[in-house]
Design a binder for this molecule. Structure first.
Ligand code: PAF
Length: 289
């Protein structure tokens, strides 16, 4: 279906000039603007961000852009699910005001060479496995913030380290936008919702459940008084290994603000996992304390 067929509701905006015009008009009307940046292939997790923005803002702008600079050459940029027709239908049901769907050329014009050097919280975990990932994320998010001039931007806790990177960038650069982090939305059986879940075969889908089981197991052990992080990490690894997940990138317990790995839990901690199920890389996390 052609994009033009969606011009009524939500309004589909494809160029930076058109977005600026829309934003200027809304600001002149005194509207409070909420921004939900996404890469599309929307699921209930994304929709929870949209609902939150709708509750708190007069106008919600959703962006759909599969950002090439956050993918390494060997990653899934080409096969990343693109489901624009379905996405626009879901957003229409939520009465979203505008959806910004730029081309790569709009975001990265010829000779583009300005990047954000992300803060140090980008270095561990995802930063080890995906060294340039947060450089691409921070760059596109800063650009989207500049273009949308929103009062609030909404992100999901599933990408926990991404949230920390964006919060730090906003603080360090004094950006005039509030960041809201919304809880992880899970399937009824516990699997954290992700656009990449659709890559999983039914066998892999069952195997992937070990990731949320491991995370939940850590939470239960901490609730029962466990403070030793190596025991928590061993448990998380063994739950996944027993399910046949062998490519575990990390399964660790860290400080929720700095992401430095902990030996023992004192006041605050988060469990984070990244693991491959078949060819699909999945992440999950849970604040333990
Ligand atoms: O979380 C995502 O979908 C992406 O990393 C984001 C924030 C839209 C930037 O491309």
């Amino acid at each position: 279906m052609a994009l033009e067929e969606f011009q009524a509701a939500p309004r589909v905006i494809q160029t930076i000039d058109a977005l600026r015009l829309f934003v200027t008009q809304q600001r002149q009307l005194g509207k409070r603007l909420g921004l939900v940046p996404t890469m599309g292939a929307l699921h209930a997790g994304h929709l929870s961000l949209v609902k939150k923005s709708n509750e708190e803002c007069d106008v919600t702008i959703v962006t759909i852009f599969v950002n090439p600079t956050q993918f390494a050459p060997h990653e899934d940029l080409d096969k990343y699910p693109r489901t624009l027709t379905q996405d626009l239908k879901l957003l229409a049901e939520l009465h979203v005001s505008a959806v910004f769907v730029p081309s790569v050329e709009q975001i990265y014009p010829e000779d583009f060479s300005t990047f954000v050097d992300p803060p140090s919280v980008a270095l561990p975990m995802e930063g080890q496995s995906r060294p340039d990932h947060f450089r691409g994320v921070a760059t596109v998010v800063l650009k989207l913030f500049n273009l949308a001039q929103a009062d609030v931007a909404y992100f999901g806790q599933k990408d926990y380290q991404q949230c920390l990177v964006i919060q730090r960038m906003v603080k360090d650069l004094g950006l005039p936008i509030a960041i809201e982090i919304c809880p992880i939305v899970r399937e009824p059986d516990g699997l954290a919702m992700s656009s990449r879940n659709r890559y999983l075969s039914s066998e892999e889908r069952t195997q992937a459940l070990a990731i949320s089981r491991a995370i939940e197991g850590a939470r239960q052990m901490v609730d029962a008084g466990e403070v030793d992080c190596s025991r928590l990490q061993c448990m998380m690894r063994s739950v996944m290994e027993q399910a046949g997940i062998t490519r575990i990138e990390y399964a660790c317990v860290a400080h929720p603000e700095t992401l430095s790995q902990l030996d023992a839990i004192e006041d605050a901690a988060i469990a984070l996992i990244a693991a491959h199920v078949g060819k699909t890389r999945l992440i999950d996390n849970c604040v333990l304390k």
